[in-house]
Write a protein that binds this ligand. Structure first.
Ligand SMILES: *Cc1c(COP(=O)(O)O)cnc(C)c1O
Length: 460
């Protein structure tokens, strides 16, 4: 199977190249040239069985099925729950899908554990090494550190804003003890970290010298790995039964994975609501057909404090009828003016895509966390609470509502305490992180300093 760019000016590449490179060279995002048909999951298939079939459908003949099975088996052996993403009944016709049983208690583990095993395998086959970098406001960095720790062919460089990530999030990044995981704390905010990463990628000589790659949510491997739990939910709740998902959203990677699962035939039907916080560009996109640049505001759900949801570009490509010229024009105009209206050719199909978005205020998020505790006895993380709040207001439906729980409450103990008055203790399996030694390097926030650091610390 070949992968093409949403902006149409890059050569089609295979699955391994699309995933190893992340972004397409024309600035677009990779999508499969055609949607594969994948048989819906069966109730008697294990998570690894389903993951193997889904990845195999995208990998085509590039990877042997047994190789994929080995990668998935290693990736999902690090989860605390045998079903990897278990479902919990929350009411009549309503479930929560818990995505936080991985090593760093957030849903990012589901894809990152797969990516690390997959990259290490693909690079070993090619006799190559790679440097992977990511800027993080919290969860991505920890998930990447846990996943790539000890990888033989990858050196990982995580950039986080010094003293601006939560203590628990920082511990997951800084305590792996692995020589190939490098944490860089920059004396600036998350946006500065992200723009330094962008500057590094714009330096073609540097990218070539370090074989630099990224693992943020535009990487197709993340989307493919996340489509798996939608398929497994459908199998668990009954083949053919209509489901409606509520997905706490930021960059829209998670929500897009549901759309992809549906396009590949893994779901009986498709309806999914992106639940966003006060950073509500997605709601404006769906409701008004306008893409507006805004600066992100801080909310109790920081992993969703995103102003430009990067995976929307993949959906834009689909609803344009796969017209890369239209997508390229749209994003060029957006880059210039920061405010574009979707042409009717896109806005119409967007309304029929099965996706929509609703937003929840910070005050409502706090109230929802308290209400969940009262009604069910559960502490939910603030991101999950944005989802459960949206789920409450959905119109009654035949469909089973499945709200995605994207992180464990213990990852955000300060917010949980403020909203509910309760402590959110770490699960036993990770409680030792607090006593481990933290390793990170504090650097001044400029691209040249970071570049030198990477050049000095990557393995030859
Ligand atoms: C990253 C993250 C999200 C948002 O996911 P996207 O794929 O970017 O939409 C939601 N909740 C948590 C806890 C996260 O870490």
């Amino acid at each position: 199977m070949k992968f093409i760019s949403t902006r149409g000016q890059a050569e089609p590449v295979g699955f391994v190249d699309a995933c190893l490179s992340g972004l397409a060279p024309d600035g677009g995002l990779y999508v499969p040239e055609a949607w594969p048909r994948i048989e819906p999951a069966q109730a008697n298939e294990s998570y690894v069985d389903i993951a193997t079939r889904v990845v195999a459908a995208f990998a085509g003949d590039e990877l042997e099925e047994e190789t994929i099975r080995g990668i998935c088996t290693r990736a999902y052996s690090n989860f605390a729950h045998q079903s990897v993403t278990p479902l919990l009944q929350t009411g009549p016709n309503a479930f929560m899908m818990e995505l936080h049983h991985g090593p760093t208690l957030a849903f990012k583990d589901v894809a990152m554990q797969f990516i690390a095993q997959f990259f290490d395998h693909a690079l070993a086959e090619r006799g190559q090494r790679m440097s992977v970098t990511c800027a993080t406001s919290g969860d991505t960095g920890g998930a990447a550190a846990a996943a790539f720790a000890g990888a033989e062919h990858v050196d990982l460089f995580i950039l986080h804003p010094f003293e601006r990530v939560s203590p628990v999030q920082r511990l997951f990044m800084t305590t792996t003890g692995a020589a190939n995981v490098h944490n860089i704390a920059l004396d600036d905010d998350f946006d500065a970290c992200q723009s330094i990463v962008k500057e590094l990628f714009a330096d073609r000589d540097f990218v070539a010298a370090t074989s630099l790659s990224g693992v943020n949510s535009i990487n197709w491997a993340r989307i493919a790995a996340q489509a798996v739990y939608y398929a497994s939910a459908q199998a668990a709740l009954g083949a053919g039964r209509p489901l409606r998902f509520v997905v706490p959203s930021g960059n829209m990677g998670d929500a897009l994975a549901g759309y992809v699962a549906a396009r590949c035939g893994l779901l009986a039907g498709f309806e999914s609501v992106c639940a966003v916080n006060e950073n509500d560009t997605l709601r404006v996109l769906f409701e008004e057909g306008r893409m507006v640049r805004a600066s992100a505001v801080a909310t109790p759900s920081p992993a969703m404090d995103i102003s430009v949801p990067s995976n929307f570009e993949r959906l834009a490509f689909e609803v344009s009828g796969r017209d890369p010229d239209l997508v390229r024009q749209l994003y060029q105009q957006f880059a210039q003016s920061g405010d574009v209206t979707l042409p009717e050719r896109m806005a119409g199909p967007l309304g029929c895509s099965g996706l929509s978005a609703r937003s929840v205020s910070s005050a409502e998020t706090h109230r929802e966390m308290a209400r969940m505790l009262e009604e069910t006895g559960w502490l939910v993380c603030p991101h999950t609470a944005v989802g459960t709040r949206v789920a409450r207001d959905l119109e009654p439906s035949e469909a089973v509502t499945v709200t995605l729980a994207t992180a464990h409450a213990a990852k955000f103990p300060e917010t949980v305490l403020e909203a509910t008055g309760r402590e959110a203790p770490l699960p036993v399996r990770v409680e030792n992180i607090a006593s481990k030694t933290e390793v990170f390097e504090r650097l001044s926030p400029d691209a040249a300093t970071v570049r030198d650091y990477i050049l000095q610390h990557q393995r030859a």
